[in-house]
Design a protein around this ligand. Structure first.
Ligand SMILES: CC(=O)SCCNC(=O)CCNC(=O)[C@H](O)C(C)(C)COP(=O)(O)OP(=O)(O)OC[C@H]1O[C@@H](n2cnc3c(N)ncnc32)[C@H](O)[C@@H]1OP(=O)(O)O
Length: 138
C-alpha cells in the first residue's frame, strides 16, 4: 500500500539523509544536521510503501502565493512505476487548493517530467534574480 504524509515527524531521516547525501547530484555530502533543519523548516512530502519510505519531496512555501519545489527523490528500485508522478500530483493538488501564483524549481535533467505539470523555462528571465553562496555546503 502506498501512502503520502506531510508530517515532518513521519520523515525517515536516516533514509533521507543517506539518499540525498550519497545519491542526489545536487545534495552530495549534505550533512545530517542540514537535512534535519530543512525538513523542520519546509513542508515535506514523504511517500511510504508498506510503511517504508521510498520517495521524498519538499516545498518551501507561504502556502499562499509562492513555493519552491526541491529535493524530489524516488528510490532507485522504485523508479519508473509512477511514484514520482503520484508525488507531483499531490503537490500540485495542494498548490491548486492554496491558490498559489508561482512555483519554481531547478532540475538537471527531469525537465520533461516537470513540463507535463506546466513548468516552463522562465518566460521573462530578465525579471528573475538569484543570489548564490557556492562556498556553503550542499
Ligand atoms: C526539483 C528537483 O528536485 S529536480 C531533481 C529530480 N530528482 C532526481 O533527478 C533524482 C533522481 N531521479 C528520481 O528520483 C526519479 O527518477 C524522478 C523523481 C525524477 C522521477 O520519479 P519516477 O518515480 O521514476 O517517475 P514516474 O515513474 O512517476 O514517471 C516519470 C515520468 O517522467 C519522465 N521523465 C522525464 N525526465 C525524467 C528524468 N530525468 N528522470 C525520470 N523520469 C523522467 C519519465 O519518462 C516518465 O514519463 P512517462 O510516464 O511518460 O513514461
Amino acid at each position: 500500500m502506498i501512502e503520502i504524509s506531510t508530517d515532518p515527524a513521519a520523515v525517515d531521516l536516516d533514509w533521507l539523509h543517506h539518499r540525498l547525501s550519497t545519491d542526489a547530484y545536487w545534495a552530495l555530502g549534505r550533512s545530517r544536521e542540514r537535512v534535519e533543519r530543512l525538513v523542520a523548516n519546509s513542508l515535506p512530502y514523504s511517500v511510504f510503501r508498506d510503511g517504508s519510505q521510498i520517495a521524498f519531496a519538499r516545498l518551501v512555501t507561504d502556502r499562499t502565493t509562492f513555493a519552491w519545489l526541491a529535493d524530489v527523490y524516488v528510490d532507485r528500485p522504485q523508479r519508473g512505476q509512477g511514484v514520482g508522478k503520484l508525488l507531483l500530483d499531490r503537490i500540485m493538488a495542494d498548490a491548486d487548493s492554496w491558490g498559489l501564483r508561482r512555483m519554481a524549481l531547478a532540475t538537471g535533467d527531469a525537465h520533461d517530467l516537470y513540463r507535463t505539470y506546466g513548468f516552463t523555462p522562465h518566460p521573462k528571465p530578465d525579471l528573475w534574480m538569484e543570489k548564490n553562496w557556492p562556498s556553503n555546503p550542499a
